[in-house]
Design a binder for this molecule. Sequence first.
Ligand code: PLP
Length: 381
Amino acid sequence: MEYRGVDENSIFEELREYAKKNVPYERVLSSMCTTPHPIAVKVQKEFIVSNLGDPKLFPGTADIEHKCIEMLGSLLHLPSAVGYITTGGTESNIQAMRTAIQIKIKKGGFDRSKANIIIPESAHYSFDKAAQLLGLELRKAATDSSMRADPDSMAKLVDDNTVAMVAVAGTTEFGQVDPIPEIGKLALDLGIYLHVDAAFGGFVIPFLDDPSRYKFDFEVPGVMSITIDPHKMGLSTIPSGSLLYRSDYYLKVLEINAQYLTSQVQSSLAGTRSGASAAGTYAVMRHLGREGYREIVSGCMKNTWLLYDSLTSLGLEPAMDPVLNIVTFIMPDAQSVRRRLCDRNWYVSTTTRPSALRMVVMPHVTEEVIRSFVSDLKDVL
Ligand code: PLP
């Protein structure tokens, strides 16, 4: 930092130059984030000073956070669910695993040094981070030919030191939904904590034409906690994640004494937390309502099939039929195709097993974007 400060206009000019380097979302088919809804952006400024880490100082903002959790709970079939706004799926997943450990410790009768969690091999890498941070052995269960977690494979990995099982509603790579009712039954039978990672799918599945096709939330017996991210398909601003629990017992086991705070205790992972994220999330959920999200998801699914049909008619082979708004096409040289697309300022990602090109059809991936992308992909191939 220099000794003398710089005037505001110059700073804005400097920052605009930096912003120009960023890729506009219209060229991005690799991300699960998108341009946030304008109302989420607009309300942030009014709550920028709020710190949800000290809720007794900001009771109004804390009320907003409770309302967010209530709305999310009702979306996930449990209006009485408790939880909080996190920084995103990673924090929510880490916290869920921390909760499971605390519960197992309370129950007693296990070897903490051998604690393990069972996740499908399709689970997000945030569970690798959770395992490293919390000193857990990560056991990865097989997935079936349609990339869904195999409950039998999960069952085989369970032992007395298993603290949690994880199922995914909307996998990062393929957008697949695990057989959560079967996994829930297994978890109940074995008395194991089940966490559902619906970071992506949580704001998609309830708004599909036939949402009852995929049961993934608190209506499934055995599901104890759910990750659902407003900053992905919820169209809120970054960072806005959320973690919901079946009852407040789960938040209680996380409580840490925090005497210098007005609340005296804290359950969240982060200390100081953004009230602006909660306000943005509240605003966009209230503004869109279920009807608004249904329209957005319906548009994304229409465009998902447009992209799927366009690539199929190029003679490409889909890795699977889309379940959510993610399209994957088998491509042995996916990495090199990705690089060549990147040279044309298109951003897609790849999967490893099978090797495929992966495209997420977020709301910014419009019909026009798809037509222009397909035309360039044709050239690249
Ligand atoms: N879980 C799933 C299924 C995801 O797809 C992602 C991110 O893509 C995460 C967790 C992590 O979310 P975040 O990047 O917000 O921490």
